[in-house]
Design a protein around this ligand. Structure first.
Ligand SMILES: *Cc1c(COP(=O)(O)O)cnc(C)c1O
Length: 359
């Protein structure tokens, strides 16, 4: 056997690994997974039926253009089909955006801490990450992000609400920021949690994109719609960007099962809104409960809450697990906890109360 191994791109060294939220251990004391911002509800009415029907023909390739889903989305958002691009989750679409815009020597700006996929997909592209720290209030520092733009900047992520802090940027500040970004820099508004927003001052990215050719909106079926395991997300952007996304897509990446499930989910809107409403109610209950216990909790518009625990992060995660919920620790920084089913939230609140007694 040869001593040498295949030469890989230098960027492959030191790519951070994506840490998926851990599942609840089978048979263990832990019963609930609150570590991945998933929807705790089973599939929406009609979705299971569509999936089962589509499963009967998985010997065939899916519709590569996702025409049915695209038509449905076009209708739903009032955007031309040519402005839509689908992909294997919005992380897949985000990676395509980097492939289309950025390479070695280019810079990608994003807040930190934000979604952990950004550093990974940026490094894979060969571009350089420019991380702009969150403000004291755990929100995007849009002024500092605009100041960070250079001749080399190609793409900027704005995660709204931000994962893992749940905080938002509002209309006036976001518009002021967009006005400062040069037209040849792509701004990606990652709105994975859009459906959970109740703050009327948070703009809908789809409205912002309309007269801004350098704005791209990312949405997903993984969170509110509950299709995380099927891998389907999409972008809304003007032609050159949306066309580039169609070019960079892995052929047949979105399965027919995922396409049919997404269509059925869009048609089950009433049931969806009911569930999202319940989760938003639970979110209020969890935040109020934590604050009553004395915790500082940033205002969240997503389906999770953020506790900045610093050095006590791991200890807190352990206490939660002992009580029966798995949360998502970010070592030395804090813990992100998904709002789940009522029983899970109750357990989490109990664990948080006990932790406060111990410290
Ligand atoms: C969960 C999440 C996504 C969506 O991921 P999918 O690939 O669509 O499952 C995108 N952006 C952020 C910030 C997220 O938290």
């Amino acid at each position: 056997m040869s001593e040498t191994s295949p030469k890989l791109r230098a960027e492959m060294e030191g790519i951070p690994t994506y840490r998926p939220g851990r599942p609840a251990a089978a048979g263990g004391p832990v019963a609930y997974k609150l570590s991945s911002n998933e929807n705790p509800y089973p599939p929406l009415p009609g979705v299971m039926e569509s999936v089962t029907a589509a499963a009967a023909s998985f010997n065939r390739y899916p519709d590569m253009a996702c025409a049915g889903l695209t038509a449905e989305l076009s209708d739903r958002f009032g955007v031309p089909a040519a402005h839509l691009a689908t992909g294997t989750g919005s992380v897949g679409v985000a990676q395509q955006l980097l492939q289309a815009t950025s390479g070695p020597g280019d810079e990608v700006v994003y807040a930190w801490r934000s979604f952990e996929a950004y550093p990974i997909i940026t490094q894979i592209s060969g571009a350089t990450s420019v991380r702009v720290p969150l403000t004291e209030g755990e929100t995007h520092d849009l002024d500092a992000m605009a100041d960070a733009i250079t001749d080399r900047t190609r793409l900027i992520f704005v995660c709204n609400p931000n994962n893992p802090t749940g905080t938002v940027v509002r209309r006036a500040e976001l518009e002021r920021f967009l006005d400062r970004v040069p037209g040849d820099v792509l701004v990606v508004l990652d709105e994975a949690y859009r459906e959970f927003i109740r703050d009327a001052e948070v703009p809908d990215g789809v409205e912002l994109y309309r007269d801004r050719p350098n704005v791209c909106v990312l949405r997903t079926f993984s969170k509110a719609y509950g299709l995380a395991g099927l891998r389907v997300g999409f972008a809304i952007a003007h032609e050159p960007v949306a066309a580039a996304l169609r070019k960079t897509a892995v052929p047949f990446g979105v399965s027919q099962i995922a396409q049919e499930a997404a269509i059925a989910s869009l048609r089950a809107e009433d049931a969806l809104l009911g569930r999202v409403g319940s989760l938003v109610g639970e979110r209020t209950r969890v935040v109020d409960g934590l604050r009553a216990q004395g915790w500082t909790v940033p205002e969240t518009q997503a389906n999770f809450v953020w506790l900045r625990l610093g050095e006590r992060t791991a200890a807190f995660a352990e206490v939660c697990e002992r009580h029966g919920v798995v949360v998502r620790p970010f070592a030395g920084e804090g813990v992100r906890v998904t709002v789940g089913e009522t029983e899970a939230n109750d357990i989490f609140l109990k664990a948080a109360a006990e932790f406060r007694k111990e410290i």
